[in-house]
Design a protein around this ligand. Structure first.
Ligand code: DX5
Ligand code: ZN
Length: 214
């Protein structure tokens, strides 16, 4: 399992410490949650913070944009050092154009779906995507409860990807711990995002190792 811990739950007074812990753990990527207070009710952090992170680590930065019209920021996200740019399907009128721009900019392209958005909405673009992120909570806040229906969405998406012969990864984000993460793994997920479960754990590196072993 690929593990992408979310910095949203880290101590913002010591992000360098969080990155150092991740570098010495089995984490693969670093998940960065950008919120604009419009697409989601909350505001988190933006590109200057991500750029600062990129100067202290070579780990891939997995940038999840919970903002309206994210296509405006493809160059800014690339310049901030992102390896993966995650945009919400619900926030892009011209999703195909945005995905194309992300790839042209040299990043991996990922599309995120809110809990109420069906996976079938991606039928005509799935083969162009490096990853699909299925939200297992309503985006905007850490520490929420995993929505069980997500498991059926993972299974349905897995079938679509396998039927098409694509190598698109399935990522799941929200309320992930070793219990819900195991259910996602069994249903066909490839990447788990975890905020609270990692950073509120007594031993974060141990929690990451447990997720990686799923
Ligand atoms: C929620 C964010 C998540 C969040 C996950 O809007 O997209 O990445 O950090 O936090 P937990 O793991 O605490 O649910
Ligand atoms: Zn996220």
């Amino acid at each position: 399992m690929i593990v992408s811990p979310s910095l949203l739950a880290a101590d913002f007074n010591n992000l360098a410490g969080a990155v150092s812990m991740l570098e010495n753990s089995k984490a693969d990527w670093i998940h960065c949650d950008v919120m604009d207070g419009v697409f989601v009710p909350n505001i988190s952090f933006g590109f200057p913070v991500i750029k600062a992170l990129s100067t202290i680590t070579d780990m891939p930065l997995d940038v999840h944009l919970m903002i309206v019209d994210p296509g405006r920021y493809v160059d800014a996200v690339r310049d901030a050092g992102a390896g993966i740019m995650n945009v919400h399907q619900e926030a892009c009128t011209h999703l195909h154009r945005v995905v194309d721009a992300i790839k042209q900019a040299g990043m991996k392209a990922a599309v995120t779906l809110n809990p109420a958005t069906p996976v079938s909405t991606l039928t005509d673009i799935l083969g162009d995507l490096d990853m699909v992120l299925l939200m297992s909570v309503n985006p905007g806040f850490g520490g929420q409860k995993f929505i069980p229906r997500t498991i059926e969405k993972i299974r349905a998406l897995r079938s679509m990807i396998d039927a098409g012969g694509y190598d698109t990864l399935i990522q799941v984000d929200g309320g992930i711990d070793t219990v819900t993460g195991a259910l996602c793994a069994e249903a066909g997920a490839d990447v788990l995002v975890a905020g609270s479960a990692v950073f509120k754990a007594a031993d974060p590196a141990r929690e990451i190792a447990a997720l990686a072993a799923l």
